[in-house]
Design a binder for this molecule. Structure first.
Ligand code: NAD
Length: 501
């Protein structure tokens, strides 16, 4: 059975002291174990990263860029292997796992342009024979703590930019699907990255807490659920660190009556059930503006009933299992809760047949099929709480204004979408909605790598979003140099405040 351990200073390491089980969600069987770091192991990783920092900071931009190019090529060459590791531990279907690798690699491609991204400003003669210029420098040792749902892509939102800007990096991946991190570490080494620049510590709260309090860790990027994001932000900043902590989500799709309902139904199904709804940009609530509700729900249901669920490594499967039994049970509990709260269960995912065989509720593995709840009462728990599974709620609303109000009064502000053929309404929505990432007739508006990804409200704690220019700013700090080269040398004492002449 596999044993996934740490990657510190260019080598696999880590003992048996503390471990957790890794599951194959499609069968429910234990497939291996993962080491959970002790405080001493985290300290060893921080020490390795701190030792590697001065030389990496001083490596030329072209050297860093070339290593990133090589890493990109190696990742491309191993994308099937990486996707298979993800499917085996997370459960998502292979094509979806390939998709996350591709989107993560776009950030590596963005970071390959680091010589351009780090260009500063220069002003000649800010005073007589005095020049001024701005530079951005790396912070030192930085850490990334990531969730289970994108074991390759979310780390790649962070480490390409952190490493390209000259920092050394410690990744603490989710203990539920830790294997992808080690393959990426090996490929970094093969690409020529010096040992200690990229390290992985496997673990749980013990590892996270040590990273948050270790004095040598200068910044922490976090992606995960809102309560932990808040905790990471508060603890990390209390220890003097720069922190960006991305939290949970509850994304609404507002459908105006003039929208193309076939496009809407396709989009709601794709964005609601892709990756079994375990995406922070999944659509989990459809706000159907009167009078289209009945027709739209009919179109959604006819598509959902044709979906094939099955193991992620079967090419016929469109949706895989959920990540753990505990998570599946939590998600499934919302079906009865929804009915108790007054919703109508129009597709019951417990009855969906897994690979044409047993119903999800009886199959081995962590299964729940795509579920549709209609007439979900606004502000009920099913409407408001993050479910993070294949449960699509339809809330009927009377107007654009009522829909907008429901989005803006929600706790989260990660993503949202409007579907309409009215450009004026779409423009008004993009202006009025209090959410960080907006789709107009696009259901999962994940920004490209050269923009920055991040939500508002309880979906983000901190000031900067990840990757893009904001990522470059997060992992660097600015300096402004004012220089004078006298020719011929002369001076003179003057205690007045420096002014420019
Ligand atoms: P999680 O919060 O349980 O775990 C995230 C990370 O925090 C993991 O590495 C985990 O080991 C660590 N952790 C867990 N409990 C901890 C504790 N008590 N103290 C310290 N560290 C702890 O999240 P998850 O279940 O892995 O991922 C799903 C969540 O992530 C969802 O809420 C989803 O919306 C969110 N998410 C958000 C985004 C975004 O961009 N906003 C992207 C992906 C996922």
């Amino acid at each position: 059975m596999k044993h996934v351990n740490h990657w510190i200073n260019g080598a696999r390491t880590g003992g048996e002291d503390r471990t957790a089980e890794i599951f194959n969600p499609a069968t429910g069987e234990v497939s291996g174990k993962v080491t959970l770091a002790t405080v001493e192991e985290v300290d060893a990783a921080v020490e390795a990263a701190a030792r590697a920092f001065p030389a990496w900071r001083d490596a030329s931009l072209m050297k860093r860029s070339r290593i990133l190019f090589r890493f990109r090529e190696l990742m491309e060459g191993h994308r099937d292997e990486l996707a298979a590791l993800i499917t085996a531990e997370h459960g998502k279907v292979h094509s979806d796992a390939l998709g996350e690798v591709a989107r993560g690699l776009e950030v590596v491609e963005f970071a390959c342009g680091i010589p351009h991204l780090l260009k500063g400003g220069f002003s000649e003669n800010v005073s007589t024979r005095v020049d001024s210029y701005s530079i951005r420098q790396p912070l030192g040792v930085v850490a990334g703590i990531t969730p289970f749902n994108f074991p390759a892509m979310v780390p790649m939102w962070m480490f390409p930019v952190a490493i390209a800007t000259g920092n050394t990096f410690i990744l603490k991946p989710s203990e539920k699907d830790p294997s992808a991190s080690l393959l990426m570490a090996r490929l970094w080494q093969e690409a020529g990255l010096p040992d200690g620049v990229f390290n992985v510590v496997q673990g749980d709260k013990v590892a996270v807490d040590r990273l948050l309090e270790h004095p040598s860790v200068k910044a922490v990027s976090f992606v995960g659920s809102t309560p932990i994001a808040r905790y990471v932000y508060e603890t990390g900043t209390a220890h003097g660190k720069r922190v960006q902590a991305l939290g949970g989500a509850k994304n609404h799709m507002l459908v105006l009556p003039d929208a193309d309902l076939d496009l809407v139904a396709d989009s709601a199904v794709n964005a609601g059930f892709g990756s079994a709804g375990e995406r922070c940009m999944a659509i989990s609530v459809v706000l159907a503006v009167d009078p289209i509700g009945d027709e739209l729900v009919e179109k959604i249901v006819s598509r959902v009933e044709r979906l094939t669920i099955g193991p992620g490594d079967d090419p016929a499967s469109q949706m895989g299992p959920l990540v753990t039994e505990v998570h599946r049970d939590k998600v499934a509990s919302y079906l009865d809760l929804g009915v108790e709260e007054g919703a109508k269960l129009v597709v019951d995912g417990r009855e969906t047949r897994v690979a044409g065989g047993r119903p999800a509720s009886e199959a081995r593995g962590f299964w729940l099929g795509p579920t549709v709840l209609d007439h979900v009462p606004a502000n009920s728990r099913v409407h408001r709480e993050e479910i993070f599974g294949p449960v699509l709620s339809v809330v009927r609303v009377k107007s654009y204004e009522e829909g907008l109000e429901l989005i803006n009064t929600g706790e989260y502000g990660n993503g949202t979408a409007i579907f309409t053929n009215d450009g004026g309404a779409a423009r008004r929505f993009q202006n009025e909605v209090e959410v960080g990432m907006i789709g107009i007739n696009v259901p999962i508006p994940v920004p490209m790598a050269f923009y920055s990804f991040g939500g508002w409200k309880a979906s983000l704690f901190g000031d900067t979003h990840v990757h893009g220019t904001e990522g470059v700013h997060f992992y660097t700090r600015g300096k402004v140099v004012t220089s004078r080269w006298l020719d011929p040398s002369h001076g003179g004492v003057n205690l007045g405040f420096p002014t420019n002449a």
